[in-house]
Ligand binder design. Sequence first.
Ligand SMILES: Cc1cc2nc3c(=O)[nH]c(=O)nc-3n(C[C@H](O)[C@H](O)[C@H](O)COP(=O)(O)O)c2cc1C
Length: 186
Amino acid sequence: MAQAKILAICGSLRKASFNRRILAFAVQGAREAGGEVEECDLDLPLYNGDIEAQGLPPKVVALRDKIAAADGLLIAAPENNHGLSAALKNAIDWASRPPSVWPGKVAASCGATSGLFGTVRASIQLRTTLAAVQVTLLPQHVWVSQVHKKFDDQEKFGDTEAIQKLKELGALLVKTVGVTAVAVAS
Ligand SMILES: Cc1cc2nc3c(=O)[nH]c(=O)nc-3n(C[C@H](O)[C@H](O)[C@H](O)COP(=O)(O)O)c2cc1C
C-alpha cells in the first residue's frame, strides 16, 4: 500500500496550545510508523448558510480538500465547558456540507486540559459528532489532565507515559488505515 496520508487537526487556535503540543507526539508516532502527516488550519469563518450560499470561503475549500485527500485523521480535541471547542465543531460542520468529505475516514483522538478530567467529556461529544458524519473513531482516546503542570521551565513535556501513549496512538492510526484500505480494495 502507498504511504498512509494522515491529517493532523488541532481543535485549538492558540499558537502555544497545549493540545497542539501533545498532538505533535502523536504525529511523531504516525511518521515513525510510515505515515505521511500534514497539518491544517481551523481558523475559519463561523458556519453560516448565507456565506455557504455565496460560495465556500477559500480556507474552507482548503480544509475540505485536505480531509478528502487524507486516509486518516489525528485529532486533538480540547475541552471547552465540558464540550468540543467551537473551532473544531465549526470545522466538522463546514466539512459535512454536501458533498460531505467525512464518510469512510478513520480517526484517532487525544486531548489536553488544565482541568482534572483531561478532555474525557469532550471526547464523548467528539465520538457522537464523528459518528454523525460517518467517521470511525478508534476507541483509544489519549487524554492529558492538568497539562499546564506537566511542562517544565524549558517548555519540555514531562509526562513520559502520555508521550508513549500518544506515539502509539499515531502508529495505531497508520496501521489501522492500512488494514482498512486493504479490506476496501479486496
Ligand atoms: C472557554 C473555555 C472553556 C474551558 N472549559 C474547560 C472544561 O470544561 N474542562 C477543562 O478541563 N478545562 C477547560 N478549559 C481550560 C482548557 O483546558 C485550557 O485552557 C487548555 O489549555 C485549552 O487548550 P489549549 O491549550 O490547547 O488552547 C476551558 C478553557 C476555555 C478558554
